[in-house]
Design a protein around this ligand. Structure first.
Ligand code: PAZ
Length: 346
């Protein structure tokens, strides 16, 4: 670390396979665009310790569903952390708690899909979400202690809980829900890279539904302070690098036959559709779902190469607690049907 807690560095060590000892940032940048190439990123960073376990579970799940001829969706959900120190005390995070991903997983299961739910650790999970992240009621408030030492569900909530529990058990017993987690941006990138290649054997039967809020900026490992950044030197200045553009190789190399659905989040309405269209042109995938930060639970725009449509909840539906994902998923299933039949989006 420099005296002023300023993280500004000029060189990276080379990957282990390299013959030289160091190289400049510019040499590692992708076509002069100022962004590190994903393959360079993977060669310069250590994979997460639980990657072999992740791969083993996912391979078994995909094999099982491939034999049954089932469709599988890989959902990414929640935010990634960006550590500020190697022995991490502090990190940068974002707002996402995984509502979109966890809710979508339930509707995909209802539509008959097997779901790989790759989520930020401790963020919302399908079915559990109804009880773990309720702002007005904590988990123990659903339960009643009995004199015989047992516990029952408060009758007020039992009917609804029974319905959710039935669906949850159905998903578990039919082995159609696999929960895998990540925490850091690096975890996420390694697992997406490896996971999408495992799913690739399903070809068109796989959907990649990328709802996670992935950081656009990070501090490369080589630039990280090893120990906790000290406050004695006063203000801290951070310089963050751009995250490798992983959607490009995902579309063209890792998962080239699957239906790839990315999300675009904006806060300025004017930017939403143009930026979503730019992403489609740049990466060549099939669908971008555009959403605004403040209205993301009520309205989304489905954007495809030569068409787009808005899906919204009416005020009445909102009042009744209808979820926008109950419209997004059937729409995507329709697109996926068409994709499997024709190789085009509907
Ligand atoms: O997790 P959540 O339900 O609160 O938010 C969902 C979301 C807005 C993160 C998602 O719909 C999304 O847009 N993800 C991609 C964000 C982006 O990187 O643009």
């Amino acid at each position: 670390m420099e005296d002023q807690n300023t993280i500004v560095h000029q060189t990276y060590p080379m990957p282990a396979s390299s013959t030289t000892t160091a190289t400049t940032t510019e040499q590692l940048l992708d076509n002069g665009q100022g962004v590190i190439d994903p393959e360079v990123y993977f060669s310069m960073n250590k994979p997460p310790a639980n990657l072999p376990e992740f791969e083993e579970k996912l391979t078994a799940f995909v094999d099982h569903h491939q034999k049954l001829g089932n469709r599988v969706v890989l959902i990414t959900s929640g935010g990634t952390t960006v550590p500020l120190e190697n022995q991490t005390v502090r990190f940068i995070d974002n707002f996402s708690n995984g509502t979109r991903g966890a809710t979508s997983a339930e509707y995909f299961l209802e539509a008959g899909y097997a779901v790989v739910f790759m989520h930020r650790q401790f963020s919302l999970e399908p079915y559990h979400r109804h009880y773990t992240h309720n702002p007005t009621l904590n988990f123990l408030d659903y339960l009643v202690p009995k004199e015989d030492g047992s516990v029952s569900v408060d009758p007020k909530y039992a009917g609804e809980m029974n319905k959710i529990l039935m669906k949850y058990h159905q998903a578990k017993e039919s082995n159609r829900l696999l929960l895998l987690d990540f925490v850091t941006l690096s975890d996420y990138l390694f697992k997406l890279h490896s996971g999408s290649r495992i799913l690739a054997r399903l070809q068109q039967k796989a959907i990649y539904y990328l709802a996670a809020a992935v950081s656009d900026f990070f501090i490369p490992k080589q630039k990280l302070s090893e120990h906790k950044i000290q406050s004695r030197d006063g203000a801290m200045t951070l310089t963050l690098d751009q995250v490798p553009k992983f959607l490009k190789p995902l579309v063209s190399l890792w998962a080239s036959h699957g239906l790839i659905v990315s999300f675009k989040l904006e806060t300025d309405t004017k930017l939403l559709v143009p930026k979503a269209r730019r992403a489609l042109e740049q990466y060549g995938h099939q669908v971008v779902i555009g959403n605004m930060l403040t209205t993301r639970k009520q309205t989304v725009t489905m954007i495809m190469k030569d068409k787009e449509r808005v899906l919204s909840l009416t005020p009445e539906e909102l009042h009744q607690g209808v979820e926008i994902e109950s419209k997004i998923i059937p729409d995507l299933v329709h697109i996926h049907d068409h994709w499997i039949e024709t190789g085009f989006t509907a």
